[in-house]
Design a binder for this molecule. Sequence first.
Ligand code: GTR
Length: 354
Amino acid sequence: MPEAERKIRRGRETPMTNTKEIASEGLSRRSVLLAGAAAGVLSACGRKGGRAFLSSDTHPPDYPTVTAVDEMARLLRERTDGRLDIKTYAGGQLGSERDTLEITVFGGLDMNRVNLAPLNAIEPVTTIPALPFLFRSNEHMRQALDSPIGDEILASLTKHDLIGLCFYDSGDRNFYNTKRPIYTPADMKGMKIRVPNSDLYVSMIKALGADATPMSLAEVYQALVQGVIDGAENNWPSYESGRHFEVAPYYSLTHHVIAPEVLVMSKRRWDKLSKPDQERVRQAAKDSVPFMRKHWDAAVDEARSKLLAAGIKVNEIADPAAFAAAMRPVWNKYVVTDEQKRLLKEIEAMSEVG
Ligand code: GTR
């Protein structure tokens, strides 16, 4: 496997890989096969005057990220008399976020809704909103990403052949495991914790004295059952929809990351659109954000009630400051460029929010 591709697949110790570098080095065989399959699906999606944009999501059809893109599709149809439309393949049907993102970069997929984590290996500024204990609340995150800071982060993806359309909520991530409640970082010592494919996440877990195992979301349930991992970390709706709570019933409220989801379009597809259509796509994406936020808040409440009724064991952590302090060195390791430092400062300066 070429070196550049290995970096995006495993995460890196050194900062950031450029997708153009990967392009010149070649795609993995799996991604090429997936791209072929995606192209086949695409040609089957005829719509009035064109074809629907093909989009991917790892979550099931009723998850708020998927229904938000459905809402965006509805707006597009309405505003173009059905000429522009989106067809989402939900539930990870087209592959993991890492694989489908590679395909999106190369134009085999038109759109993709992913977490920021797999983009961390591609673009340094995407690590900023994913830093542990940066945002104090969802509200703080929303305000930062609704400001020019958010636009700047979305625009940073263009040089990697992705058009950042909008951010969606992802709430706060908490640890869950099969063994015991976590109250202090010491409780995590030696635990094997699954993380998304991102060096930043690997470093966060190591900073707490646990072992990090990067893998795709679809593999987590089996890995918990088989004891390959002891736990993972995610928000309430993902913990519930992946049914991870059935095997890992200890959910400890660390709130260590409040990072957004992002909706991207392949630049190859984007460049084929007329300027007015590009504007329509961008606007429909932005207009789907309030819809998503409303449904997200409801989904969090619903998942929480469902899981409490199912008997999971939830606990607050003893000393949030101890977790924040243990994870703080991660900031120094990943915030290295002037651009990153400036964005971080601007986000921190919004101190009165939330
Ligand atoms: C979820 C997120 C997914 C995916 C997943 C993960 O919260 O919505 O896009 O990144 O986490 O942990 O892999």
